[in-house]
Design a protein around this ligand. Structure first.
Ligand code: RUQ
Ligand code: CUA
Length: 660
């Protein structure tokens, strides 16, 4: 497959910009698959895949889990969105997970899954992901595949450059896309006062080593640029984290044009170790900020929300040595650090090269104070030539993201010329290129952003689908492609569709996750306030107009299954405990006409469905998950009486004239 037309183009801004808007399609689709590709992706029935892939859902606010190499969809994990499959965000226990300082937000946009790391390696414990729109970072527990924590981030707009783990997950870090006035200042200012009143903020979220709990340790106040993707250093660069930024022009309108004026924007190198020291010396400034912290307790199976009122900041202009800026060609979008922590490959959406920076040279230039002037007052800018390891020349058009295979090669997506380019880190020579269908954004290699990449597979996460799948109306399936990178030449193995837009993915060998799997929740550990640990404990309690039903589910009945005495005007909370103590036996629960969806209850768990009866009469309820041969018998009735009725609360199971 040849991609030849880019060589003919003079990469002027206008041409590039118009190409970004309508990216091109390389050659004839789908002809480059080897005869043995099918064998390489075939996972026989009953066999497990080798790799877990976690793909962000983009605008779905979820994560999708796939097996690789088969491309089989295993599960959709809700994070920032209510989920009709399992009641997340609908059940009383999980509703608090979607609370924010703005109230309940039922749907957000999430881009970047990030596996927790130990010694720079993916450890399979937790997965972090960003909410882009209402800025938050979530943590999922990979033993249960549940979202267990969501922390809101104050002082920023658009948590896109997020989350990135430092080498031992000391911190997950996020940065602002939309600089804005800090929350404690008067935000009612003219938008044209951008340069004076707007600020950027980098959030450092501390992660507890043992249980993963997050808290916002501090924020760095930085110049009002638009910050884009980042990566933390590793090995020799451990103490640093690198962010790309665009709009160093500080434009606040028509960024398409106004933020593309400069030939070079910047990489902001942050010495986070130094920031941490300053904070521990009490140099931080405490400021008022409102943000919510939601934690899901795995014993009570219940989430709680806490409003935080304060954060501490360091203004980088007041502490020399915290940040340095390195020029980077044309609207950079991301930066990726090589496994040895020595080099940083940056992208430039409008650039015609891939600049690769040397950490050693950066330190050297800082040591010698070889600055090329200052920006934003007195923040030092290093000289491009002083910090450059070299440029990958003529890689294609629109370089976006790079990952590494651990064998000395980088792989970069070319959005505009629709291809993936393999290049050698030491001499920056291009080794191979393969077209992708179409316009890849991110790519993911197994462990490809870690110190020890596993390599073997590369996923191209494409932005445009066009003709790859059977059409499904105006919106086509989203596209992902699996590429074999074991040989010198990349080989396309498989296309598979994804849920939402697969912005980014992280892949990890399955054994790192399998060994920690929770098969069911122990009933004896269930501390939910409304648990019924056996059918003997089931009951219906009225207090005022609130009715609490303590119900149990086990194959194949719900207890109680006849409930009377509920009236119009009541608020009914049905707390269903799944008594099963076995793998893979969830029960479901649904009530006719209920405006608040359904439940899906895992073995040993308690979930609560709120129901406001609206009509007098008999209302059926049942289990919605086909759990056993007699699943269809797993059902019951509520009797709803008029407001003011004297029908007493009564509940039973098995009381039936037929058997009496
Ligand atoms: S961004 S296509 Cu949302 Cu990760 Cu680069
Ligand atoms: Cu329980 Cu069907």
């Amino acid at each position: 497959m040849k991609i030849s037309h880019y060589k003919l183009l003079i990469p002027t801004l206008t041409v590039l910009a118009s190409m970004l808007a309508s990216s091109c399609k390389p050659g004839k689709a789908g002809s480059s698959v080897d005869a043995d590709a099918a064998k390489k992706v075939y996972v026989a029935p009953g066999k497990y895949d080798e790799i877990y892939a976690f793909l962000s859902g983009g605008f779905s606010g979820q994560i999708a889990v796939y097996g690789i190499p088969s491309g089989r969809l295993l599960k959709v994990l809700p994070v920032f969105s209510q989920n009709p499959e399992n009641g997340y965000g609908y059940s009383e226990e999980t509703k608090p997970m979607l609370n924010t300082s703005h109230g309940f937000v039922p749907w957000d946009d999430s881009h970047h899954p990030e596996l927790s790391k130990t010694n720079g390696e993916d450890d399979g414990r937790w997965l972090f992901i960003n909410a882009n729109n209402t800025p938050r970072i979530a943590r999922l527990n990979l033993a249960t595949f549940k979202t267990v924590e969501i922390l809101e981030l104050p002082n920023i707009g658009g948590n896109h450059a997020s989350p990135f783990c430092t080498e031992n997950t000391e911190y997950v870090v996020g940065n602002t896309r939309f600089s804005e006035p800090l929350d404690n200042s008067n935000g009612d200012v003219p938008i044209s006062s951008f340069k004076q009143n707007f600020k950027g903020a980098v959030s450092f979220v501390k992660v507890n080593k043992d249980n993963g709990t997050m808290n916002l340790a501090f924020q760095l106040v930085v110049p009002p640029f638009d910050y884009d993707l980042a990566h933390a250093g590793k090995g020799p660069s451990h103490d640093w984290i690198f962010f790309t930024c665009y709009n160093t022009e500080e434009a606040h309108t028509l960024l398409e044009v106004n933020a593309s004026q400069r030939d070079k924007d910047f990489i902001m190198a942050v010495n986070w170790k130094k920031a941490e020291e300053l904070i521990s010396q009490g140099k931080g400034t405490k400021i008022k900020a409102k943000y919510i912290h939601n934690v899901y307790n795995e014993n009570t199976h219940t989430a709680t929300s806490t409003m935080e009122n304060e954060t501490q900041t360091l203004d980088v202009t007041k502490f020399p040595g915290l940040v340095y800026y390195m020029p980077c060609p044309k609207s950079p979008h991301g930066i990726d650090v090589t496994p040895d922590g020595e080099y940083m490959a940056a992208s430039g959406k409008l650039a015609a090269v891939i600049p690769v920076f040397s950490f050693k040279k950066m330190l050297n230039a800082i040591d010698k104070k070889q600055f090329d002037g200052m920006i934003a007052g007195d923040l030092p800018v290093l000289k491009y030539e002083d910090v450059l390891h070299g440029e990958v020349k003529k890689p294609g058009l629109g370089p976006l993201h790079t990952e590494f295979d651990g064998k000395g090669y980088g792989y970069t997506t070319m959005f505009v010329s629709s291809e993936i380019v393999k290049w050698k880190i030491d001499n920056l020579e291009i080794i191979d290129r393969i077209p992708s269908y179409y316009s890849p954004g991110h790519l993911s290699i197994v462990g490809g952003d870690s110190e020890k990449p596993y390599g073997k597979y590369l996923l191209a996460l494409n932005k445009i689908t066009k003709d790859r799948y059977l059409p499904t109306g105006p919106e086509l399936a989203q596209a992902c492609q699996l590429i074999d990178i074991t040989g010198n030449k990349m080989k396309l193995l498989l296309d598979f569709p994804t849920i939402g837009e697969p912005h980014y993915a992280q892949m990890i060998p399955a054994d790192k996750i399998l060994k920690n799997q929770v098969k069911f929740f122990k009933l004896e550990d269930n501390k939910n306030a409304y648990v019924a640990k056996s059918e003997k404990d089931t009951k219906v309690i009225r207090s005022g107009n609130r009715v609490d039903v303590y119900m149990t589910a086990i194959r194949s009945h719900l207890a109680p299954d006849n409930i009377e005495g509920v009236k119009i005007g009541d608020e009914v909370y049905v707390h269903v405990t799944n008594l099963e103590q076995d793998w893979d036996v969830p029960h479901g629960f649904a009530i006719k006409g209920n405006n608040n969806a359904e439940l899906l209850i895992m073995p040993g768990e308690t979930c609560t469905l709120k129901w406001i009866p609206g009509q007098v009469g008999i209302v059926p309820f049942y289990c919605t998950d086909f759990c056993s041969a007699l699943h269809q018998e797993m059902q019951g009735y509520f009797r709803v009486s008029p407001a003011g009725s004297t029908v007493p609360i009564k509940f039973s199971i098995g009381v039936n004239p037929v058997t009496e």
